[in-house]
Design a protein around this ligand. Structure first.
Ligand SMILES: [Zn+2]
Length: 339
């Protein structure tokens, strides 16, 4: 058992986690926590064709988490957070925001009915370029290629050179993770070239039906907004903003996503999520210039109302493979239980 697992067992086995959460609202009344989810799915990992790391939890786990959160936290949207900040009054205890990135369709088929049943609000960070376009994002494509290639090894000789043996499932998963890490760091223009090279090298035919129903439709987004969901922007096409060196393009990705979403759903878009959580001072300034009030990163931790960074808000990622005890421990002591 690792040290972290011992801490989690101590915190949750004794219900100390709940005592700490309650004590926090007295000791630190002005803090707020933002949870980051992506997909909510129950799948067989071996059969799932895409990136398994985008799956946060199963529907049952989400429901269990919400039941627990409702007992100890006040769940709000960014619009409600803005109103609390404006009023400058004593905030409700243990403020928490639930956010879902990318706008996968399970946000409608699974998250929507669960959150509606528990009357819990949430913010969806959407990418207009993923809605009704048939696009499959690069992280899912990479996993698809490595899972389905008939090749026993893959070489990208012009890029490094890069080489991966693909004897078994472990090899294939490692190759996909390494390629995704590389694609997050290469210059934006190179990403598509690398993907095209990988697709050719893997000799995988892309079935057109794979992209069907992958993301929300505009009608589904509008229906969710009408029932209380909040929309945030997550760029126009999901580039990693720190790898885009053309300022005009950066401005377009940041500002245009806000405009399109506001036109489509008729709700003011206050919050922005940096793709992969990555930003720099220029990106931060452009987000501010575009008229957003908040931007969320993937830096782990909670935020203080008296001293928060509106364009570098911290979030706690809810991850697949981590159990409910880890979730409770993380919410109680995010400073210790980061992963
Ligand atoms: Zn994203």
């Amino acid at each position: 058992m690792s040290k972290l697992e011992i801490v989690c067992a101590l915190l949750t086995g004794t219900r100390l986690a709940e005592v700490i959460v309650r004590a926090r609202q007295i000791l630190y009344p002005g803090s707020f926590t933002i949870l980051a989810y992506h997909r909510i799915l129950a799948v067989n990992q071996e059969e799932y064709p895409f990136d398994p790391e985008v799956i946060s939890v199963t529907p049952e786990e989400l429901e269990r988490e919400i039941r627990w959160l409702k007992q100890y936290f006040t769940i709000v949207t960014f619009a409600e957070l803005a109103a609390i900040l404006e009023r400058n009054r004593k905030p409700p205890p243990n403020l928490l925001l639930m956010t879902f990135d990318d706008g996968y369709r399970d946000n409608y088929t699974t998250v929507y009915p669960i959150l509606r049943a528990y009357e819990v609000p949430a913010t969806l960070f959407l990418v207009p370029g993923f809605i009704e376009t048939g696009v499959v994002p690069w992280w899912d494509r990479v996993c698809y290629y490595f899972k389905h290639t008939p090749r026993r090894e893959v070489w990208l000789t012009e890029w490094g050179p890069l080489a991966w043996p693909l004897k078994d499932r472990t090899d294939r998963e490692r190759a996909a993770r390494e390629m995704i890490a590389l694609l997050k760091s290469v210059e934006d223009g190179q990403r598509e070239q690398l993907l095209t090279a990988l697709e050719a090298e893997c000799e995988v035919a892309w079935p057109p039906e794979m992209s069907r129903d992958l993301f929300l439709t505009w009608d589904e987004v509008r229906e969710m907004v009408a029932s209380g969901f909040e929309i945030g922007a997550h760029t126009l096409t999901h580039p990693i903003l720190t790898t885009v060196f053309d300022e005009t393009r950066l401005r377009h990705e940041i500002a245009q996503s806000k405009l399109i979403l506001e036109q489509e759903v008729e709700q003011e878009v206050l919050a922005f999520a940096y793709p992969a959580g990555r930003f720099n001072p220029l990106v931060e300034r452009l987000v501010q210039d575009a008229g957003y009030q908040f931007a969320v990163s993937c830096c782990a931790g909670r935020n203080q109302l008296s001293n928060y960074q509106p364009f570098a808000l911290r979030r706690l990622k809810v991850e697949t493979g981590k159990d409910f005890n880890r979730f409770r421990a993380k919410l109680a002591l995010p400073e210790v239980v980061i992963y």
